[in-house]
Design a protein around this ligand. Structure first.
Ligand code: F3S
Length: 395
């Protein structure tokens, strides 16, 4: 792989051992995947933030980097942490866990990383431009920005994203290149999609079939919103490893691709119904958690409207970014939701927070991605349904 003089110098230790190690990591990755050179990235999003995911070894690694003066070169955001970074105590997050989570956030902050923790950075102040090269690691955000914005990123791991942030570069391979962005399957949707969870179910079903390949959707309704597309991509990235999809007339590069000759997948109502059956493993929820990927302001507004004047019989969380929560506070949505007995929980989510240690065994959600991960990561049985039905069930 071609390296500039400066890059070669970094690899030989000219900028100290931390940068040398980071450059070595990216060069090794580039060599494995056949990159021809390094390219500059416009922004980075780093995963591996929750103490639940990285534990003591990850925390010590980050503190070590920070103590050696590591500083990021480009706008860098973080994936959800293991708790609400401000309201963790009132929400019942364990104290020991909080202490360690705050150590992690301090280390990131001293590296110059913006310590807002969200899987929807594109809704919270880190919006890439069309065809911009970036290095992001949260799989749902990768699917969103590659597809809905047509920015360009591989599915980075936590360490490779951190290296990209410190160097401002990434190896040029995979989805940075035109030839790897062609669709492989044509998904013909005749199912009558009605809700966010239907888009999650569709995504979960397709991710299982296409795995890490690129699907091209035809037949998605013209009322499809960015919230529906984030639900769709997140579920495909979780049940499969989809990092890019196209949707006819809905995503910006869809018209560039010829779908003649692609292998076809047909989806009608019976596949969607079968997916609901497959994802539902629980019956009566202990808690309802929405916001996977993190809820947009519109998602929160909808829940607030549905909860107006009602009282919840079970806890309800809406996971979101700190920015969206601020708007919800200002608009009175937080007050409406709290009056019903619910909470808006920022900076974290149902999968990376330690809900299994907080007394919950059955979690209800509207997300195909959460329904995929809750059993394994959080030992939860799952109730998967649309927002209206879940709220009806617990009020
Ligand atoms: Fe985001 Fe957590 Fe879901 S990181 S996509 S809310 S599993």
């Amino acid at each position: 792989m071609y390296l500039t003089k400066e890059e070669e110098g970094i690899l030989n230790g000219a900028q100290g051992p931390v940068m040398e190690r980071m450059m070595r990591l990216l060069v090794n990755l580039g060599d494995i995947y056949g990159a021809d050179k390094m390219i500059s990235v416009g922004s980075v999003q780093v995963a591996g933030v929750s103490y639940k995911s990285i534990g003591d070894p990850g925390t010590e690694f980050l503190e070590d980097m920070a103590s050696k003066g590591a500083k990021v070169k480009v706008l860098t955001f973080l994936n959800p942490a293991g708790m609400d970074l401000e309201d963790w105590e009132s929400l019942g997050f364990p104290k020991d866990f909080a202490k360690n989570q705050l150590r992690i956030m301090d280390a990131f902050k001293s590296m110059g990383i913006i310590v807002t923790s969200t899987c929807t950075p594109y809704l919270a102040g880190n919006l890439p431009r069309f065809r911009e090269h970036i290095a992001w690691s949260e799989s749902s955000a990768v699917a969103f920005v590659n597809s809905v914005i047509a920015a360009r990123t591989n599915r980075e791991g936590g360490p490779s994203a951190l290296a990209a942030a410190l160097l401002g570069k990434t190896p040029n391979y995979g989805l940075h290149l035109d030839e790897n962005r062609r669709p492989h399957f044509l998904v013909d949707v005749s199912a009558h999609l009605k809700s966010d969870s239907d888009f999650g179910a569709l995504g979960w079903h397709i991710g299982k079939i296409v795995k890490d390949k690129t699907p091209y959707f035809k037949g998605l309704p013209d009322w499809t919103t960015t919230d529906h597309l984030k639900a769709l991509g997140a579920a495909m990235a979780a049940s499969g490893a989809v990092a890019l999809y196209y949707a006819e007339d809905l995503t910006p590069e869809a018209h560039l691709h010829d779908t003649q000759g692609l292998e076809k997948i047909f989806v009608d109502d019976k596949e969607i119904k079968a997916t609901y059956d497959a994802l539902n493993s629980g019956e009566v929820p202990d808690i309802v958690i929405m916001g996977c990927p993190h809820a947009s302001v519109r998602d929160i507004q909808r829940v607030a409207d549905l909860l107006e004047g009602k009282t919840l019989r079970k806890p309800l969380w809406i996971c979101t970014s700190r920015m969206a929560k601020e708007v919800a506070n200002r608009m009175g949505y937080t007050e409406t939701i709290e009056q019903a007995g619910g909470k808006i929980v920022a900076d974290t989510c149902m999968v990376v927070s330690p809900i299994e240690t907080m007394g919950y065994k059955v979690t209800a959600c509207t997300s195909g991605k959460a329904a995929q991960y809750l059993p394994g990561f959080c030992k939860q049985k799952v109730v998967f349904n649309d927002v209206e039905s879940l709220i009806k069930e617990v009020t």
